[in-house]
Design a protein around this ligand. Structure first.
Ligand SMILES: *Cc1c(COP(=O)(O)O)cnc(C)c1O
Length: 418
């Protein structure tokens, strides 16, 4: 059965228009957009009454387990524009041993490392590239800490679209290699991600590429919102008590918050919302600083540094949307040190056999910290986002060797700890 068999090529979806996230000003759908006229992110709006009539939970339950099962709530209008590499639903993996050890509540990890290109950036970029294909865009450019570039390169190459990609100079080799081998022209730039973003912005007029930077085009957020829909469906159309989200540009946090509002509007979930927790690294925590100061915007964080490169984003154009979602949900923003991230990563791998990426480990460290300071209660059902496969990241070397030509002392094996 093909994922999109019910979607004929003529069948319209339910997109009505795009809306400026700051001013609410209406913008036409079906034309190429970056930011709104006010220079802010654009949000896609749907005829949710129409979706409500067209979509039932039962019909949904029979569809293939991928992201396109939510097509009525997605912006791609024609099947032939879908650029798929197999966007599987990702599992919710419980961490029972750690829940017990911490005397916490239920801990569920949404393991986004199972997606194409090994990270949840696939959700956003599959949507952006499918829309770019619909619009006939021929060349796309992006600033990236690694995963967004890999996802863009993969989907754009699949669609026959050219890509030019800029990474901070200390981006891990594996990310540059995967981007390059997937057909992109990739450059190391002596700066951070926002410095790379400036190059992409300036090149727009000169080269004519389409800027697919975080929240500077309207559709990545629609792809990322499927994390919220999927999560609610997996929990029997309920939401957890608290979500820990590793926050860089915030697309996923903003997207999930939008998803919950849309799901409530079509009657799939009730009024309860999860507390949204924005997790950042202590070395780059602009959202946490703004949250604590009660501010609506988050100025640039200078000298940003952390081992969790995916959340090393000194300034986010959607800052006010992140902070709004966090506050409206009754959640909070929290920073964790690189030491806590590294220790968390090792602890989850050792105790549960689950290799998280550093950003995912940051959510675990934040959960622990929040349980200790009482902001999360032992009765809470918590969902942590492991946003990429841990295998993409440099891992500690193993130094232990065995010389098979010398007598082997077998007692050493039973003496070692499990
Ligand atoms: C991009 C990325 C993030 C941050 O996601 P946003 O939705 O942009 O805030 C976190 N972790 C990893 C591994 C990423 O690639």
């Amino acid at each position: 059965m093909h994922a999109n068999e019910n979607l004929t090529t003529e069948r319209p979806t339910f997109v009505t228009h795009l809306e400026c996230s700051m001013t609410g000003e209406r913008h036409d759908a079906d034309v190429v957009h970056n930011l709104s006229r006010a220079g802010k992110p654009l949000l896609v709006r749907y005829d949710l009454d129409g979706v409500k009539k067209a979509l039932s939970k039962e019909a949904l339950a029979r569809r293939p387990a991928d992201l396109w099962r939510y097509r009525e709530m997605l912006p791609v209008r024609r099947v032939e524009n879908i650029v798929s590499l197999g966007e599987a639903m990702t599992p919710l993996v419980p961490l029972p041993a750690l829940a017990k050890k911490l005397r916490g509540g239920e801990i569920l990890v949404k393991d986004e490392g199972r997606l194409p290109t090994g990270s949840f950036k696939a959700r956003g970029l599959v949507m952006a590239v499918s829309m770019a294909k619909a619009f006939g865009i021929k060349h796309m450019a992006i600033p990236t800490n690694g995963n967004a570039g890999a996802a863009l390169a993969a989907y754009a190459s699949h669609a026959g679209i050219k890509t030019t990609i800029f990474c901070p100079e200390d981006t891990p080799e594996v990310n540059l290699s995967e981007i390059g081998i997937q057909g992109a022209e990739v450059y190391r730039v002596n700066g951070l991600i926002d410095d790379c973003g400036k190059i992409v912005g300036e090149g727009k007029a000169k080269v004519g590429w389409f800027d697919v930077s975080t929240l500077k085009e309207p559709y990545r957020i629609e792809g990322k919102k499927t994390m919220g829909i999927e999560l609610a469906e997996q929990l029997g159309w309920t939401v957890p008590d608290v979500i820990f989200y590793p926050t860089g540009g915030g697309t996923g946090l903003i997207g999930m918050w939008k998803a919950f509002a849309e799901l409530a509007a079509i009657g799939f979930i009730g009024a309860k919302r999860p507390r949204m927790v924005a997790v950042q690294a202590a070395g780059c925590a602009p959202m946490v600083r703004a949250y604590e100061r009660g501010e609506e915007h988050a100025p640039r964080w200078e000298d940003a540094h952390t081992i969790a490169a995916g959340i090393r984003v000194p300034q986010a154009i959607g800052d006010f949307l992140i902070l709004r979602a966090v506050r409206e949900s009754g959640g909070f923003a929290i920073a964790v040190s690189d030491d806590a991230i590294a220790a968390g990563l090792a602890e989850v791998a050792r105790d549960e056999g689950f290799l998280m990426c550093p950003e995912g480990a940051a959510t675990y460290a934040a959960y622990k910290q929040s349980l200790a300071d009482g902001r999360v209660k032992p009765g809470d059902r918590a969902v942590l986002f492991n946003c990429a496969t841990g295998l993409k990241y440099p891992l500690p070397p193993i130094k232990r060797t065995l010389d098979r030509l010398k007598p082997i002392d077998y007692s050493q094996f039973s003496a070692s700890a499990p």
